[in-house]
Design a protein around this ligand. Sequence first.
Ligand code: SAM
Ligand code: DTB
Ligand code: SF4
Length: 364
Amino acid sequence: MSLTETCAPAQAGAQSPEGGACDSGPPPARGNSEVRTDWTRDEIAALFDLPFTDLLFRAATVHRAHHAPDEVQLCTLLSIKTGGCPEDCGYCSQSASADSGVEATKLMDVRAVLQAAAQAKDAGSQRFCMGAAWRNPKDRDMPAIVEIVQGVRAMGMETCMTLGMLTPTQAAQLKDAGLDYYNHNIDTAPENYENVITTRSFEERIDTLANVREAGINVCSGGIVGMGETRAHRVGFVHALATLPRHPESVPVNALVPVKGTPLGDMLADTPMAKIDDIEFVRTVAVARITMPRSMVRLSAGRESMSEATQALCFMAGANSIFTGDKLLTAANAGDDKDAAMMAKLGLSPMRGEEPMRACEAAE
Ligand code: SAM
Ligand code: DTB
Ligand code: SF4
């Protein structure tokens, strides 16, 4: 049974804001529809500090001004090149420097990738996201990558890739192939970056995001919560995204999946920080929604160990996209049966229409 089959019918478009009702608490709400890229850290910290019910109400109000609150976008992930990565991201099972037991593979055969995409489409997924454990793609990899993008697009699905750093030329090649989205996470606050990754800089991440934007590809960028970072780091993380020259079209919020054999998985194991507090996770989602009103906010890694109640709070707080299926890249995901049951219970439907940011871009 597919997720599409089990869910309630899609609702009509986003509701318009009622206005006025959410003006309490710092910073003052300047109208639900306003999209700003001049957020200050103090304003974002003040949002995090709001009483939880006020924060949720405010996030839900912003959400309803821009999105249909009972629709969730379904995306499927596939690892097209797993493990053996030269980068040392402290959370990642695929780093060659981790002792996680993940076996390194070569880039998958184009036909096998297209077969997996066809299955995802049958299961109701609108977008096929493909990840490669690379610091950056080599130019010799590009012809196969281009063929994959063209093939998945020909099936009528949206395409997303995450391949590491891109040069302007590679970004242009992907755009020409028809790539819809590029995922490249900033992961954490700039000042926390070197505590998590030492083989590249935060600025290099921003450079690739600029190359992707410049090429005309939609941007997907977010990060991970629960890596032992402080509240101030979470403020800095949201601030870095919300003050980009243009907000990312998609903002994945991952909860750390602590993997044995990775520096962060091992460091946090058996400590009170092994799992992010559920309420703090929901707060992060809510603040992302308020500061980036038109973006899709994607509940990404970590849903497998999250209760339905916590996920429901995340949907209230403005999350409106999930990864479906049993597997993320290497880690377990909730799975289609569980998700279909949750969506039916919550009365959520798969998203059918266009994303608000893209609809606005088309109108501009
Ligand atoms: N190599 C590419 C890169 O780093 O951009 C693409 C793949 S990488 C696995 C994509 C993202 O997955 C990372 O930026 C990180 O945010 C997320 N991720 C990886 N491992 C994770 C984990 N154990 N828990 C939560 N998120 C994770
Ligand atoms: C993102 O932010 N989360 C996805 C996607 N972008 C590529 C990846 C999650 C990976 C979780 C750990 C794993 O499966 O190895
Ligand atoms: Fe490599 Fe990406 Fe994993 Fe970092 S997150 S080790 S770049 S696959």
